[in-house]
Ligand binder design. Structure first.
Ligand SMILES: Cc1cc2nc3c(=O)[nH]c(=O)nc-3n(C[C@H](O)[C@H](O)[C@H](O)COP(=O)(O)OP(=O)(O)OC[C@H]3O[C@@H](n4cnc5c(N)ncnc54)[C@H](O)[C@@H]3O)c2cc1C
Length: 495
């Protein structure tokens, strides 16, 4: 007997889920998606992180065709401007820092050399950072290279990505229903969702529901009251204004996040335009003032009126409840400072595939495991974002408040460990790497008091030679990459 999977919502989350389930549940399942064009999608979400390549590859999408279809560009990391005061900048580049030597990670050697006044800036030891800052991009490692293949991600037009995945999913049998869900019918007894009812009376029934309905959480919250854990005491921004603009500045292969008085502004270069937005805290600025700040910080002419979005950072208390699994904005909201939301959709899909209920139906132990793993992932990303807010030297009311706030114990312990001796450990399968934590800790001036004693095993001359060789190798590789715009033009220019 065919099993029915129903996805409610056709934003990035809904179509990612539809595409992936169509790809992996080819036999024995009917997959339907309900969406309302009249309600529309959130329409933002244009910067990604490297695992998106795995997602696209698992669907068998050709990278250049996908980029052509979505006006996409490449992303090597995120540049943070002004987070320690105007004029300061650093980059959180994807990929490793330098090259580990023996048992000690590279940054311990760098910390020692820096203390001795003999280190170049950290970004000169990261291939991604060095290439990014010269607006260069290339793929793959040259034969015989001592550096591994470098990770990268994309910037793309969110609505074009959803449309691309829709074509993929529909070609694989996903049935789309256009209509507005007006009601959710629950089964007597256990309260499982039996069907969603549209405002014209039609019903779409299913065995398992994926709630991708956005902030409103139609099924998970409005019907099942899963609850919400509010994290705004740590991540206080609650609004955003988004606006596209014409190209003007560099065609950068990285996202830029610039700190402002009451939040921060993103800049995401696509082929046809630049996506911009100001994420801010409404307690510290008015909407008009925020709009003026955003518009004053564009590369080129604004191509539309700024769009306003409101949110509360946090997560659903239960991501999976009864036979409903929430994904995307329906599952929670972590602001886009490290471009993690689309990734959280991807990992939710992978996790649900791992724990997909068999014919015997939903089982409590599997639901609990799903919720435990998802909460862990959310909390580690949350901590990483809070670090940017907490370790700041800006002298405006929002930033002074953030610098003084008490952070979650898990982050406080990490910061203390790093301050003590530069050590950072990745926990379980958390998203961000050691190199990511190190770059942001150092970038935000969480300065270690020492380094690993193994870094003292090198003589002064050997240390200098080691750092110099890594710097030279990185510079050589970065210089061999073509200009980012030229690379896009020759490989994946949109028609
Ligand atoms: C300011 C901001 C910036 C962001 N930047 C990034 C970024 O750079 N990188 C990143 O990874 N993520 C980013 N995100 C997050 C990203 O936009 C979302 O994770 C992603 O777009 C997924 O959204 P969604 O599909 O869950 O929701 P939505 O796009 O809101 O889609 C909801 C869907 O549900 C449908 N729907 C709702 N109610 C009903 C109903 N009653 N009946 C029928 N259909 C209904 C809607 O029509 C729509 O199709 C950002 C988010 C915000 C707010």
């Amino acid at each position: 007997m065919t099993r029915d999977l129903v996805i409610v919502g056709g934003g990035t989350a809904g179509w990612m889920a539809a595409a992936a389930f169509a790809r992996f549940l080819e036999r024995g399942w009917r997959i339907r998606l309900v969406e309302s064009e009249e309600i529309g999608t959130v329409g933002v979400g244009e910067a990604t992180i490297p695992p998106i390549r795995l997602f696209n590859a698992s669907l068998g999408l050709d990278e250049d065709s996908f980029l052509r279809a979505c006006q996409g560009t490449f992303k090597l990391g995120i540049e943070f401007v002004g987070w320690r005061g105007d004029g300061h900048r650093y980059i959180h580049a994807f990929g490793p820092l330098g090259r580990d030597l023996g048992l000690a990670p590279f940054h311990h050697y760098w910390l020692r050399a820096r203390a001795e006044g003999r280190a170049a800036p950290l970004e000169r030891y990261s291939l991604n950072a060095a290439a990014a800052l010269q607006d260069r991009f290339g793929r793959g490692a040259p034969p015989g290279s001592a550096l591994p293949e470098h990770p990268y991600a994309f910037h793309f037009d969110a609505s074009l990505y959803a449309a691309h995945l829709r074509r993929y999913a529909e070609a694989r049998g996903v049935e789309r229903t256009e209509g507005r869900v007006a009601d959710v019918r629950l089964r007597g007894g256990d309260g499982f969702v039996e069907a969603v009812r549209l405002d014209d009376g039609r019903e779409v029934a299913g065995e398992l529901f994926i709630d991708c309905s956005g902030f409103r959480g139609l099924l998970i919250e409005q019907a099942l009251s899963a609850g919400y854990e509010d994290w705004s005491r740590w991540l206080p921004c609650d609004r955003a204004l988004a606006v596209p603009c014409a190209h003007g500045g560099g065609f950068t292969p990285y996202t830029r996040a610039t700190a402002r008085a009451a939040g921060w502004q993103w800049r995401i270069p696509l082929q046809h335009r630049i996506g911009n937005g100001y994420v801010y805290c409404s307690r510290f600025t008015s909407d008009d003032e925020a709009a003026a700040t955003l518009l004053a910080g564009l590369d080129g002419e604004a191509l539309a009126e700024p769009r306003s979005l409101r949110f509360t950072t946090g997560r659903r208390r239960q991501f999976w409840k009864r036979n409903v699994v929430a994904m995307g904005l329906a599952s929670g909201f972590l602001e886009p400072l490290e471009s993690t939301s689309i990734h959280l959709v991807q990992s939710a899909i992978a996790r649900l595939l791992t724990l997909l209920p068999g014919r015997e139906g939903v089982r409590g132990a599997e639901v609990e495991e799903y919720n435990r793993r998802t909460a862990f992932e959310y909390e580690r990303v949350r901590d990483f974002l809070i670090l940017h807010y907490k370790a700041t030297a800006r002298d405006e009311p929002l930033w002074r408040e953030c610098a003084a706030m008490a952070v979650p114990e898990s982050l406080a312990e990490r910061m203390a460990l790093f301050r003590a001796g530069g050590r950072v450990f990745r926990q379980e399968d958390e998203l961000f790497t050691e190199a990511g934590w190190v770059q942001v800790m150092l970038g935000q001036a969480v300065d270690p008091q020492g380094w690993h004693p193994l870094a003292d095993q090198l003589s002064d001359d050997d240390l200098a030679a080691f750092l110099e060789s890594v710097e030279r190798l990185v510079a050589h590789r970065a210089a061999a990459f073509p200009d980012h715009r030229a690379f896009v033009e020759s490989h994946c220019r949109a028609g």
